[in-house]
Design a protein around this ligand. Structure first.
Ligand code: HEM
Length: 398
């Protein structure tokens, strides 16, 4: 199968895998696909059997020229997503603190202010390309603020973080890879400068939390500490905004594709939280991550050996007919779904609340300001990546 086509629409492959006995080995993933909700739940709940070490294995390994560029950087060591056991608990601690309900609540006035300013920027135009005008800039500004970046540093940092993802998860020629690698190295040096500045001048932000946790004491940061802090900040910047961009894209797309769902939401705005859950279930923004088998185990009827790699599909779990009635219908009146689109177990998403609050504020704003919203173009192309399922562009009018 054409790899790009699979990345743009993996759902038929998931459906076939759910029907097939045992697990299905998918060559495009180079992994065993875990597709049924019960199996996904079991793998995510058994970190002693399934290691996260290869969770973010790139779909495209950068060539030597890009690797030489990356060597000039200041990151490249283990981040929370790929750590196990005690190391994982240590790396996760500053994130749960920075993303606690109280810290998220303190961010909401900023989210609201940015959201309103972005919508005000295009409300009079009668049309907008939603992804670039809103779905990308809102979570980017919020992620920059979470880290504690100056507003003027945020756009460049976010663009470079996106380039890091492109480098690993899309096909680039050598020149493109080198250019992306240069931007990534620039971002690492910027984050490193922030880490050193916060050492002497702590603030209420994620950079400070990480500096405190990963480098106890008050001496100068060592090169190893700096690499660890930078790698984890880079990871948080990426995890914190592209995921939310994807959900802001798919929730609007799903509500407008069958516009009766949008009309229903206009009549019953109390369904906003349900609409968010339904979009997360229906088009999981993060389609799946990998795990590596540590010792022989049987999953869904298939024997796996040490070193085997599985791709755990939160997206497929959301469409499992054994767990959900009419799984291929988007329905905001669906009774609460136990989808797994924010993960489960020790690596379950620490940013869930922040992400959902951004989408809630957005939908409430759209219901109030642009109730006449509709798709300007029914032909929507999804980006060819499983890391963040999002429309390439989403043209809306009202
Ligand atoms: C719609 C938005 C989001 C979705 C769908 C999402 C989804 C996920 C999923 C599925 C995981 C589990 C990874 C695994 O099992 O290995 C995860 C982990 C993570 N997410 Fe999110 N996420 C979102 C927003 C955010 C936000 C706003 C942040 C803020 C920084 C964030 C930070 C993280 C981090 C740091 C991890 C790694 C946690 C660990 O390994 O212990 N995410 N996310």
């Amino acid at each position: 199968m054409d790899r790009q086509a699979f990345y743009r629409d993996p759902y038929p492959v998931y459906a076939e895998a759910r029907r097939a006995p045992g697990l299905t080995f998918v060559p495009e993933l180079d992994a065993w696909l875990v597709s049924r909700r019960e199996d996904v739940r079991e793998v995510l709940s058994s970190p002693d059997v399934f290691s996260s070490a290869g969770a973010m294995r790139p779909d495209h390994v950068p060539g030597p020229a890009a690797l030489a560029e990356l060597a000039k950087g200041c990151g490249g060591v283990q981040a929370v997503l790929t750590a196990d056991g005690d190391a994982h608990r240590r790396l996760r601690r500053p994130l749960t603190r920075a993303l606690s309900p109280a810290r998220v609540a303190a961010t909401l006035p900023f989210v609201r202010e940015r959201a309103e300013a972005l919508v005000a920027g295009f409300a009079a135009d009668g049309r907008v390309e939603w992804m670039s005008a809103y779905a990308e800039p809102l979570p980017a500004a919020v992620a920059g603020r979470l880290l504690g970046l100056d507003p003027e540093d945020t756009p460049g940092a976010v663009r470079a973080a996106r380039r890091a993802e492109e480098l690993l998860f899309t096909e680039l020629d050598e020149e493109g890879q080198v250019a992306a690698a240069r931007e990534v190295v620039g971002l690492q040096h910027l984050l490193d400068a922030y880490a050193r500045a916060r050492r002497s001048d702590p603030r209420d932000d994620l950079v400070t939390d990480m500096v405190r946790d990963f480098a106890p004491g008050d001496g100068e940061l060592t090169p190893d500490q700096r690499r660890e802090i930078v790698s984890n900040l880079e990871n948080a910047l990426l995890a914190g905004h592209l995921t939310t961009t994807a959900l802001l894209g798919v929730v609007v797309l799903d509500l407008l594709r069958d516009r009766r769902q949008w009309e229903l939401l206009c009549e019953r705005p109390e369904l906003v939280p349900a609409a968010i859950e339904e979009a997360a279930r229906f088009e999981a923004p993060v389609q799946g991550f990998r795990r590596t088998v540590r010792r022989p185990v049987r999953v869904g009827g298939t024997e796996l050996g040490e070193g085997d790699v599985v791709f755990v599909s939160y997206a497929s779990a959301g469409r499992d007919a054994e767990a959900e009635s009419r799984p291929d219908e988007f329905d905001i009146t669906r009774p609460a779904s136990r989808h797994l689109s924010f993960g489960l177990g020790p690596h379950g998403c620490p940013g869930t609340h922040l992400a959902k609050e951004q989408v809630r504020i957005t939908l409430e704003l759209l219901l109030r300001e642009l109730p006449g919203l509709r798709l300007a173009d029914q032909e929507v192309v999804m980006a060819p990546t499983l890391i963040h399922r999002s429309p390439e562009a989403l043209h809306l009018e009202w």
